[in-house]
Design a binder for this molecule. Sequence first.
Ligand code: OSB
Ligand code: MG
Length: 374
Amino acid sequence: MEIRKVDIYLLEMKLKEEFRTSFGGIKARPVVLVRVEERGGEEGWGELVAEWGPWYSYETFEVSLLVLKKFIVPLLMESGTRDPEEFLRLASRVRGYPMAKTAVEEALVDLSARLRKIPVAEVLGGRPKDVEAGVSIGIKPNIKELLDEVKLRLDEGYRRVKIKIEPGFDVKPVSAVRKEFGDIPLQVDANGAYSIRDLQIFEELDKQDLLMIEQPFAWDDLLAHRVLARKISTPICLDESIASVQDLVIGWMLGSLEVVNVKPARVGGVTVAKRMLDIALELGIGAWIGGMLETGVGRAFLVALASHPAVSYPNDISASNRYWDEDIVEPPWTLTSRGTIEVPNKPGLGVEVLTDRIEKMSREKWSVSRGTVA
Ligand code: OSB
Ligand code: MG
């Protein structure tokens, strides 16, 4: 029995600005945080990033929280293990729910790194260094507002701009950004909003010299992505379609992608994300780390993964102040003058988790100690 306590917090954090994708807009994010404590008193933190609705993923914060409390945390407490890989093996009994599993697994990885007095980056095949910060810009009501935000983010120093697109907001806004800002590193993300019938739109986007086009078609349609990949020269990047290392290998064998957006929450853990990066490097697949509007806790793992040698493009990892008025870690994540974020050279996450703030902000809290059940 190495884990003696698990705390789960539910918060709602208001975004500084509404973030709109082809799924719809969000103004605030439900945030679920997991804290594990081992018998010596050391702790570890993880984040559950499921959204309010089943749009990006079938997971929603309410259902994932229920699965976490009712099935995943009991599995952890019954075994008492504090080994992340052992935990994932046990948790594989639970079908699906990668986001819920990731929250606990991250906490165990943080704990393990703290006990070993090494940064989480080192556990995940990376090292303390600078990682390239990009920014993901939501769908705007009009092109003028989009241009204003792109200008703001470039002025702040972001190294790459990603624009969300959807039918009716694609070729025109992208060409307008190109025209206004010249040859900046630029890419688009459709979150699966198109179908193979929209080929013409992608032939137009293909002329815009984009770094990549992310998830143009439905998450379960590798074949359509393969057809598009043959027709255009812009690399196809997959996000929602790649839920496992096996999906990545199949997508690569089919020729459905050249680049993968790696998100720990989508693949079921930071150790799985690390494995995916190892394979990407081996197969020559381009890779970068994506985000789910994480707080400073989840962000620490994104930053750590971004220092893996497979990462070959700028990441969707922005500074805390791009999302929140006040983050829940200290110091908050900031951009260097080089448009990068520094991977901390400190044990664990490398930032202090502000437990008092979290306690004050939390709407609900559950604690499970050895011997008690959720
Ligand atoms: O598709 O990459 C995505 C946010 C929520 C859900 C899906 C996506 C995103 C982003 C934001 O693009 C990236 C970030 O955290 O800055
Ligand atoms: Mg995406």
